[in-house]
Design a protein around this ligand. Structure first.
Ligand code: FAD
Length: 106
């Protein structure tokens, strides 16, 4: 079985990559689907405390499904909320596409 940390880092990899390839101009259907995705995801994520807190966070700040940039930025903010909770370093969300889409331009 995956432990909580391995499950977490693999899941974040999937979620950030999905956001990176979300359309820049999504259709109404795609926006609705992405909102539903996070709603369902938050109810089935197989770490109970993680799922409970994530459900609360997306109620406060629902997914910003208007564009690739807004979705990636929103997800980065959500991940930073978890980073703060776990006393990890926060990530600079201006660099989220470099990390998860375009590759670092160092
Ligand atoms: P991770 O936090 O898994 O990050 C993986 C990589 O993502 C990093 O190496 C970095 O390059 C990049 N990254 C870091 N921050 C960001 C960001 N803000 N935006 C974009 N990229 C970033 N664990 C708990 O113990 N308690 C919880 O309540 C909890 N809730 C979670 C909720 C969700 C929805 C998910 C997916 C995971 C949750 N986890 C929780 C797991 C936790 O977030 C980490 O995944 C785990 O602790 C492993 O951390 P890590 O150091 O490998 O890096």
């Amino acid at each position: 079985p995956l432990d909580k940390d391995e499950l977490g880092s693999k899941t974040w990899g999937f979620l950030h990559t999905m956001a990176a390839y979300y359309p820049e101009n999504p259709s109404p259907q795609q926006k609705q689907d992405m909102t539903s995705f996070f709603d369902v995801f938050s109810r089935f994520y197989p770490c109970e405390v993680c799922a409970k807190d994530f459900q609360k966070e997306i109620k406060i700040q629902p997914p910003k499904v208007d564009s690739q940039k807004s979705l990636s930025k929103w997800l980065c903010d959500m991940h930073n909320i978890v980073n703060v909770k776990l006393s990890k370093k926060t990530f600079d969300c201006n660099r989220v596409n470099e990390r998860w889409k375009d590759g670092w331009v160092d």
